[in-house]
Structure formats: C-alpha cells, structure tokens
Design a binder for this molecule. Structure first.
Ligand code: ZN
Ligand code: ZN
Length: 277
C-alpha cells in the first residue's frame, strides 16, 4: 500500500516561503494499491493529485473526515467532478441536525461557490458513513467518530495484513493524560490499534494547547502517547499549524525527540512525501 501526502497543513493554506518545506496545502492524502485509489479529505492538497492517474477509472472515492473548510476547500476545483463520464463517491459523517448532502450543499453553492452541487456535471453519489466496517474494492474501511468539534471521524484503511490510520484533527484525551491508562477512554484507540502507520494531528505546542483545550487538536506528545498506547508502528505528525514556520516546527520536533524516547519511528509529515507499508 502506498500513501501519498498531498496536503499536511491544518486550518488554512499558506504560501509563505517559510512553510514550503513541510508544505502549505491543507489536508489530503491518497492511498494507492495497484490500480485502486482512495482520496482522504479534500483540502487544497487534492489539487496536487495527478488527474491523469484517474483517466482510466470511471469511479473516484473521496472519504471526508469532517466538513471544516481545511478538509473540503479543494473539492470544488477537483477536475474529475466536472467530467460527466465520472462517478464521484463522497463519503462522510452524518450529522445530528442535517444530512451530509445538505451540509456539503452549503459550501458548494452561491455565494461561497459559483456552481450548485446539483449542477456539477459528474455523477455525484453522497454516502453517509455506515457505523460498521465496509469494503471499497480491496480496501476494508473503518470510520469512527473521534473527539473534535462537530461530526468528525477518523479512518482505518486495511488491505490484507496492512493498515493505515488517518486522524488529522483529534484530541484523544482532552488534556487528561491519565486517560491513557485505559484503552476504552481513549478517543480513536480502535482505529490506531496495531496500525502499521498512524497519520495524526500534532498541531499545537504545549503552551498553545493549554489555552485551546477543547478546540479539537493536540500536541506532538499526545499524538506520540496515543501511538505508543495503541502500539502503532510508525507515527507521522500531521496538520501543521499554518502560523508555525518550517524552522519553528522543526525546532519543536527536535526538542520533542530529544526529550522523549519511543520505540517506533516518528516523523513530521512533508507535503509530497510517499510512504510504503
Ligand atoms: Zn483540520
Ligand atoms: Zn477540523
């Protein structure tokens, strides 16, 4: 299974020179296994995808974790949605008040977007995620609600014995590290359990987090403690704060790895990176 990171930034895209190393595009990854592809989230990173690689397939599957702008703002510019030959399947969490289709429609309609959802030329099929694992081709998909404001899921994608967990916006223990003592109190635990790769939120530094508990993001330390507790085999720290320059983020990371030891690889997500599991 190959995982491509097309957008690693949280909150809003940045074109600053100081953020180009880790990347300025917002959340989007692609999972590729032979001829099958899945797109997870549709931040501006979705525009980095090689559209020609989808030329042969009629169907495209896009799995959204939630509808915050940094996870959907590339959707209306993703070329295949304007191709009448394509079937675009969009998966996302249902909401308690409005169906997924109505919530997406709020974004893909004037005045926020010039084209109405109903006028998009491809065949759009919108699915609310089932609450049990389901198959898309060879992939087994598990989506579970995780701790983040508004209906938000994390994903676990499995193919054979390999698995990747993707939880870009997440506050697994709400600044209560003692909750790591019991698996059942940890948000997202089952998704990460023994995963070969965990791609996880790590947006805030310690001081920022103290003032933003409940905002739905966490620190490098909390991401690593979750990974350790769930025995994930490789952690990629994702959803970089757009106010953090590459230099600042690298210094944060260096300080973190110099003061904490884990027996699995830990790294910062880099836009354009490809990981094979
Ligand atoms: Zn986000
Ligand atoms: Zn969010």
């Amino acid at each position: 299974m190959k995982i491509k990171l097309h957008g690693t930034r949280g909150a809003y895209p940045t074109s600053s020179k100081e953020t180009q190393k880790l990347g300025g595009n917002t959340s989007c990854i692609e999972i590729i296994e032979e001829s099958q592809r899945l797109i997870l989230d549709a931040g501006t990173g979705i525009l980095e995808i090689d559209f020609d690689s989808y030329a042969a397939s009629k169907r495209v599957d896009i799995l959204l974790t939630h509808l915050h702008m940094d996870h959907i703002q590339g959707l209306g510019f993703f070329k295949p949605i304007f191709n009448p030959q394509k079937e675009i399947h969009i998966w996302g969490p249902g909401g308690s008040s409005y169906p997924l289709k109505d919530r997406l429609n709020k974004f893909l309609s004037p005045p926020l977007f010039p084209v109405m959802l109903r006028d998009i030329p491809s065949k759009l099929v919108i699915h609310e995620l089932p609450n049990k694992p389901f198959k898309l081709g060879e992939f087994l998909i598990t989506a579970k609600f995780v701790c983040h404001p508004g209906p938000t899921v994390g994903y676990r994608i499995q193919k054979g014995s390999k698995s990747v967990a993707y939880i870009p916006d997440h506050e697994p223990v709400l600044n209560r590290p003692e909750l790591f003592k019991e698996d059942r109190w940890i948000s997202g635990f089952d998704l990460c359990n023994n995963a070969d790769l965990l791609i996880h939120d790590s947006q805030f530094n310690r001081e920022e987090y103290e003032n933003k508990v409940g905002w739905g993001h966490c620190t490098m330390r909390i991401a690593a403690e979750l990974s350790k507790r769930a025995r994930a085999k490789h952690l990629v720290m994702f959803h970089h704060d757009p106010a953090h320059t590459d230099e600042y983020r690298s210094a944060m990371f260096t300080e973190f790895v110099n003061t904490h030891t884990y027996d699995f690889p830990v790294e910062l997500a880099v836009q354009g990176q490809e990981i094979e599991i």
